[in-house]
Design a protein around this ligand. Structure first.
Ligand SMILES: Nc1nc2c(ncn2[C@@H]2O[C@H](COP(=O)(O)OP(=O)(O)OP(=O)(O)O)[C@@H](O)[C@H]2O)c(=O)[nH]1
Ligand SMILES: [Mg+2]
Length: 384
């Protein structure tokens, strides 16, 4: 069973490159179906409306991803979308070349045909620019149309509240509304929250780069998509544990410890409870949620480490801690929370992490960024 990964726009490609770099360290190419069994190439399709980022791994033979990405799956144009959702969605062709959407769907179809058994697509993008948002919305619609019975999951980056681009709030609302219609699930990453997580991990005064944000996002993604390294991406497991209702598709994921340098504030030998507590703090707190209430529809906790067996006996203690962070909605059954103990090296070469906790939750926390984006878009509309 295989998955195809689609990287759209600058952010989608940059986080994608980081994802594949970590995948090469973490999973065995021979077993994992994220890579083609015969060529060893990643099942990745990369598209952007300008060549600079998407082309970068193919220009330099010493680039770590050069041998693992298929240049035929790299689709580009020489004409950005200027942070404009409509320009990305309209996808006007340039000169004699077909539109980007058509070229991308063609490369995606070829990749699907190379799969042993295609199960679904994971699309990575930012919702705030022009290409990842507009073209990303269009591609999601097309994939849903062409493969109605397969899964479509997005890894969507929400913009910083400080505002990177003037149209970001409009673009984000339009994109989220589109993908909410057609995708089966949306894993969202707020750039502000990721920034805080990285800064916390690396010491308050540390400089946080976009590269660091992508390291953190890619690490969380790998841990939730591939909790057991070397196994297939289990779409059914993901959706049954985190998206039990098609009305509520937004999931937030954090993975701790995430170490970006030697000055980590989290000691390597931190206990399981310390790591778990640290991870729960990554989610918006009860105070931040205010009247919305931090209600949860489903949650998943993955504990990975060689000594994970030692805490199974104290299972209740850990489950109570997670329950306290993610109280369920009143109509949800008590098994809304799945806890997985995985006796494996906690990973993240070269940081030698001993214990790793990944928490994912489908809950009302998504209302915080949604309300912020909506009210900011409305106020701009009224001023305009
Ligand atoms: N986390 C993260 N955010 C990024 C990255 N690159 C850009 N962003 C954010 O994404 C938004 C802009 O989206 P881009 O991906 O640059 O835009 P695009 O999809 O290429 O669209 P156009 O350039 O307008 O055609 C802003 O909110 C940026 O802060 C990245 O590598 N990682
Ligand atoms: Mg761009």
């Amino acid at each position: 069973m295989s998955a195809v990964f689609l990287h759209v726009g600058q952010c989608g490609n940059q986080m994608g490159f980081q994802f594949w770099k970590q995948m090469l360290n973490e999973v065995d190419k021979g077993y994992d179906t994220a890579f083609d069994r015969y060529t060893g190439m990643a099942r990745a399709v990369m598209v952007d409306s300008e060549p600079k980022v998407v082309r970068s791994p193919f220009k330099d033979r010493t680039h770590p991803l050069y041998p693992s990405l298929n240049p035929e799956n790299c689709i580009e144009q020489n004409d950005g979308r200027g942070n404009n959702w409509a320009m990305g969605y309209k996808d006007s062709p340039v000169a004699d070349s077909p539109p980007l959407c058509e070229l991308t769907m063609n490369a995606h179809r070829k990749e699907v045909e190379r799969c042993d058994m295609y199960r679904g697509t994971v699309m990575m993008h930012s919702v705030a620019g022009g290409t990842g948002s507009g073209l990303g919305s269009k591609l999601a619609e097309k994939i849903r149309e062409e493969y109605p019975t397969c899964f479509l999951l997005t890894a969507s980056v929400l913009p910083s509240s400080q505002g990177d681009t003037p149209l970001q709030d409009y673009n984000s609302c339009l994109t989220l509304s589109h993908i909410n219609e057609v995708a089966d699930g949306i894993i969202y990453f707020e750039n502000d929250a990721v920034f805080n997580a990285v800064q916390y991990a690396s010491g308050r005064s540390a400089h946080v780069s976009t590269h660091n944000l992508n390291e953190c996002i890619a690490y969380s993604l790998i841990n939730i998509l591939y909790p057991r390294r070397g196994c297939n991406l289990d779409f059914s497991g993901f959706f049954s544990s985190l998206v039990p209702s098609e009305l509520y598709k937004f999931c937030e994921v954090h993975s701790v410890p995430f170490l970006v340098d030697k000055n980590s504030t989290m000691p390597r030998e931190a206990s399981w409870m310390q790591v778990l507590e640290n991870c729960t703090k990554r989610f918006p707190s009860h105070e931040m949620m205010g009247q919305l209430g931090p209600l949860c529809i489903s949650a998943r906790c993955i504990l990975r480490g060689d000594d994970v067996e030692t805490i199974k006996a104290r299972d209740k203690q850990y489950i109570n801690k997670i329950h306290a962070t993610f109280p369920p909605v009143i109509w949800m059954s008590s098994d809304y929370l799945k806890v997985q103990y995985i006796k494996e090296r906690a990973g993240a070469i070269p940081y030698k992490i001993e214990r790793n906790v990944t928490l994912a939750a489908n809950r009302t926390g998504i209302l915080i960024p949604l309300q912020r984006l909506l009210s900011s878009a409305r106020s701009k509309l009224e001023v305009g």
